[in-house]
Write a protein that binds this ligand. Structure first.
Ligand code: ATP
Length: 361
C-alpha cells in the first residue's frame, strides 16, 4: 500500500496581523521526498505550526506556493488534499468508542459499512491496538499513549498521501514517547506514507527522521540527515540546538587562534580562515575531546584542569578548564575517567577533523 507524494514548499511567507505584526514565516523553501519521514525542528515560536498548517491547507500563505507531486495545491482546501493529521490536542471524541472515532471520516465519506469496518480493523492492527480488545472501548478509558495510537489510526484510515503530525507525543512521559516514536517509524515504513513531523525536541527529531529542517525565527537554517546536521552544523545556533556542544570564543590574529598553552592554525579547519583576524567560535562536541591522541588525522593538545565530574553510567562528563575563557566539557569512558581528580591537571586532545569554526555573527 506504499503511497505518498513528494512535497515542495516554495518561498512561503506568512505574517499575522491580528495582534500587532508577527512575521511567522519569512521565505521558507523545502522539499520532502516521496515516502520520506521528515521533521521540522526548532524552538517555540519559530513558525513550525504555521508552516504545517499551510502544508495542510488550514491556513493560506501571504506569498509562496505548496506543491504535491509537482501539482500546485496552494489554493486547495484541506479536505481536498488527501492528508492525515495528528495534533497535540488529539481532537478525539472522548465519549465515543475507538471504532466510532476511527470510522468517523470513512462514514463521512460514505464508505460502505463493511468496507469501513475492514479498514478500521486494519489500521487498529497497524497501530498495535487489537480490534477485539479496543474497538468498543471509549476514548476516555484509554491511556494517553493508547489515545495517541487511535489518533494515528484515524489519520491513516483514509490512506492519505501525506501524514502531518504536530508535536503529537509532547504531553506523554518519556518512556511512552520513546515507544511511540519507534512505532511511528515502523508504521511509516510499512505504509510508505510521506510524513512531516513537527517537534521542538531535538532527540525526537534525530531518532525519527530520515531528514530534518531546523528553523529559527521563521527561516530554515539547515536541512539534512540528522547525522549530517549534527556533525556539520551550519552555524553556532544549529550546533547548540542539536545535542551538547562546546562553543569556545577565541580571538584569531592572522589566521591563528591562541589559547593557554596552544596555538591553532584555523586554516586547518577551513581554508576561508587563512589569515583571518577577529573573533571566532570554535565548535567541539564533548565526545571529540579525548584522553589519548586520535589515531588518525590532526588534533590539538590542551593542558587542562579538571573542574568537575558527572558520572553518567558508561560515560562520565568531565568539565575542564583550559580552552578559551569558559569551562568546556568532555565525555570520557567512565573507566578512563575514574582516575581523574578534581583540580588535577590533565592533557586532553581535540580531534580537528570533527571541529568547526564559525565567525561571530
Ligand atoms: P510552538 O512550538 O510554541 O508551537 P511554533 O514554532 O509552532 O511554536 P507558530 O505557532 O507557528 O510557532 O508561531 C509562530 C509565530 O507566530 C509566533 O510568534 C506566534 O506567537 C505567532 N502566531 C501564531 N499563530 C498566530 C495567530 N493566529 N495570530 C497571531 N500570531 C500568531
Amino acid at each position: 500500500m506504499a503511497k505518498g507524494v513528494s512535497l515542495q514548499v516554495v518561498d512561503v511567507w506568512k505574517t499575522y496581523r491580528d495582534r500587532g505584526r508577527t512575521e511567522a514565516l519569512r521565505g521558507v523553501t523545502l522539499e520532502v521526498e516521496r515516502g520520506e519521514l521528515f521533521s521540522i525542528l526548532g524552538p517555540s515560536g519559530c513558525g513550525k505550526t504555521t508552516l504545517l498548517r499551510i502544508i495542510a491547507g488550514l491556513s493560506a500563505p501571504d506569498r509562496g506556493k505548496v506543491f504535491f507531486d509537482g501539482v500546485d495545491v496552494t489554493g486547495l482546501p484541506a479536505y481536498e488534499r488527501d492528508i492525515g493529521m495528528v495534533f497535540q490536542d488529539l481532537a478525539l471524541f472522548p465519549h465515543l468508542t475507538v471504532y466510532k472515532n476511527v470510522a468517523f471520516s470513512l462514514e463521512l465519506a460514505g464508505v460502505p459499512r463493511e468496507v469501513a469496518e475492514r479498514r478500521v480493523r486494519e489500521v487498529l492492527e497497524l497501530v498495535h491496538l487489537p480490534f477485539e480488545v479496543f474497538a468498543h472501548r471509549k476514548i476516555q478509558q484509554l491511556s494517553g499513549g493508547q489515545q495517541q495510537r487511535v489518533a494515528i489510526a484515524r489519520a491513516l484510515a483514509r490512506d492519505p498521501r501525506l501524514l502531518l503530525l504536530d508535536e503529537p507525543f509532547s504531553h506523554l512521559d518519556y518512556k511512552v514517547r520513546l515507544e511511540l516514536i519507534k512505532e511511528l517509524k515502523r508504521l511509516q515504513r510499512e505504509t510508505g506514507v510521506t510524513t512531516v513531523y513537527v517537534t521542538h525536541d531535538q532527540n525526537e527529531a534525530m531518532m525519527l527522521s530520515d531528514r530534518l529542517a531546523l528553523m529559527k525565527d521563521g527561516v530554515v537554517l539547515q536541512v539534512g540527515r540528522p547525522d549530517e546536521v549534527y556533525r556539520k552544523p551550519a552555524n553556532a545556533f544549529v550546533a547548540s540546538f542539536l545535542g551538547e556542544s562546546n562553543l569556545v570564543r577565541l580571538r584569531a590574529v592572522g589566521g591563528v587562534a591562541e589559547f593557554r598553552g596552544a596555538r591553532l592554525d584555523l586554516s586547518l579547519l577551513s581554508e576561508e580562515y587563512k589569515g583571518y583576524t577577529g573573533e571566532v567560535t570554535l565548535f567541539v562536541r564533548p565526545e571529540h575531546v579525548s584522553l589519548h591522541p586520535p589515531p588518525h588525522g590532526r588534533y590539538i593538545e590542551v593542558e587542562a584542569v579538571v573542574v568537575d565530574r558527572v558520572f553518567l553510567g558508561p560515560l562520565t562528563k568531565v568539565v575542564l578548564d583550559g580552552l578559551g575563557d569558559a569551562a568546556f566539557e568532555a565525555l570520557f569512558p567512565s573507566r578512563d575517567a575514574s582516575g581523574l581528580e578534581e583540580r588535577a591537571p590533565v592533557k586532553v586532545y581535540i580531534d580537528l577533523s570533527e571541529t568547526r569554526v564559525f565567525s561571530e555573527e
